[in-house]
Design a protein around this ligand. Sequence first.
Ligand code: SF4
Length: 288
Amino acid sequence: MNPYRGCFHACAYCYARPTHPYLGFGAGTDFDRQIVVKINIVERLRARLAKASWRSELIAFSGNTDCYQPLEAHYQLTRGCLEACADYATPVTIITKGTLVRRDVDVLQELRGTVGCRVAVSIPFSNDEHARAIEPFASPPSKRFETIRILAEAGIEAAVGVAPIIPGLNDEQIPEILRRARDAGAVSAFKILLRLPLEVGPIFEARLAESFPLRHRKVMNAIREARAGRLSEGRFGSRMVGQGVRWSTIDALFSAQCDRLGLEHLAGETPEPPEPPRRAGPQLPLVF
Ligand code: SF4
């Protein structure tokens, strides 16, 4: 579910950028500022969930853009969708950088107690300064660790997503990110290798050159090295893996750190909910 298209957080590496031109906007500044709000999403979702054919499949918030970007404070569409999922016993998984997820702890607790939910907080940098350069309007990592703590203390299963891993820029921060996330209460972790499809390549490279002029070339080389010479690939999800010695080293480091810290190493970028879904609600009538 993507209640919003475009994202105010404006991460330079955002793989959703090339989807904005489908809506008639640009993939650059338009993506960050021309946000499309699906104002009837809650009604449409409820209508879908009410159908007898709905089998309580897992819903991920959001596959494309952040469901807890600032506009959510006003529109409350993500919250409305979560309430609908709770009413129709539909499990959810959330991936976000937004602190606003803390507002919805009550609904998440309700989901956790019935069909299951998991919240993954995306933290690619341990350093607030680095994050500000590449993810200028997302909450700083220090706040995101705090979000994990608040969720964990409320009994919500929390994961950390080191996503994306940018070889040569943030791979050295992996141990610190995992340790701080575990200390805050995360129980699992996953990683995604940076992917720079279409318009994202030049946008990312321009931001990198501006913010890290002395590391720019080294990082671009390391990114190519981790993906056998390419900046992107069509495959996605858990199959979206890197190649070569550089990626093997990152992979081994990530796994070893997870083992050492007692974090479950999740394979894909969309963690499954901890509990299998159970259909709830009133028994449906028998119709002859
Ligand atoms: S928070 Fe997520 S959706 Fe938003 S710009 Fe960053 S990567 Fe893209």
